[in-house]
Design a protein around this ligand. Structure first.
Ligand code: NAP
Length: 245
């Protein structure tokens, strides 16, 4: 596991948006960031999942989050810009963006992947990540110390048979991170990527239906690298591809 212990007040006063915050790794990241003092903006497709995370964070006495239901499959530039305007009006800046939402898509030989399935994975995992990040960059630039984290995968660093559009989308995610990091070099906004590694979520179960879920760490266990990258201890770390495990 990534060797880092987050201080209890690591993210005090920070405003952090997390996509795919309703379940899995994104929900764990939202709880972990809120527990360290951040106000988390919970973006996801399914409002009831986001509301459950909102309730948990409030019940634990952490800063009140904001629920942002948005389907990244259909989200438009205008919706991303509206979101940016809402955050600017409410908070005046953004200190962290965790691009975490993704879909797996079909795992099959490349020869058999239908056009629409390939496009859907690229839309949610790449196009929407780009659109969201572009819209929020001006707000990140208003922060004194901001961090963008892109969620990659092992198959975004080395392609493997049958991982199809998902693997291609994760290579593109690394590309987004590298280009942005180079543009942001020497500024107070940094961009890095995280490969979570095998983690006990519904996506992992869909990819490996025969695997015993308990053979992988829970999302809560892989939080150190996320907290490191979203907090001030990673200041100056830019353009890096890190592993949670
Ligand atoms: P998950 O349990 O399937 O959760 C995916 C999240 O993405 C959900 O919160 C989901 O929201 C959101 N999402 C999916 N489609 C969306 C859409 N159209 N609009 C908005 N939100 C959408 O997956 P996970 O395992 O936590 O994965 C989190 C990240 O880690 C992903 O980027 C994944 O590729 C990466 N990853 C995971 C593993 C692993 O072993 N788990 C390994 C490597 C990389 P809803 O609840 O609304 O559907």
């Amino acid at each position: 596991m990534f060797d880092y212990t987050a201080a209890p007040d690591l993210l005090k006063g920070r405003i952090i948006l997390i996509s795919g915050a309703g379940r899995g790794i994104g929900a764990a990241a939202a709880r972990a960031c809120a527990a360290r003092g951040a106000t988390v903006l919970l973006l996801g497709k399914t409002e009831k999942n986001l509301n459950l995370v909102y309730d948990e964070i409030c019940a634990a006495g952490h800063p009140e989050p904001v629920v942002i239901p948005l389907d990244l499959k259909t989200a438009t530039t205008a919706q991303f810009d509206e979101l940016g305007a809402m955050i600017e009006q409410e908070f005046g800046r953004l200190d962290g963006l965790l691009n975490n939402a993704s879909i797996l898509g079909p795992r099959m030989p490349m020869q058999q992947i239908p056009d629409d399935k390939f496009a859907e994975v690229m839309q949610v995992n790449v196009q929407a990540t780009f659109g969201l990040t572009r819209a929020l960059l001006p707000l990140l630039q208003l922060s004194e110390d901001a961090s963008v984290v892109f969620t990659s995968s092992g198959v975004g660093r080395k392609g493997r048979a049958y991982w199809g559009a998902y693997a291609v989308s994760k290579f593109a995610t690394e590309g987004l991170m590298q280009v942005l990091a180079d543009e942001l070099d020497e500024t107070h906004v940094r961009a890095n990527s995280v490969n979570p590694g095998a983690t006990r979520t519904s996506m992992r179960a869909a990819a490996y239906p025969g695997e015993h879920p308990n053979s992988n760490p829970a999302p809560e266990d892989i939080m150190p690298v996320y907290l490191y990258l979203l907090g001030p201890d990673s200041k100056g770390v830019n353009g890096q591809a890190l592993n949670a495990q």
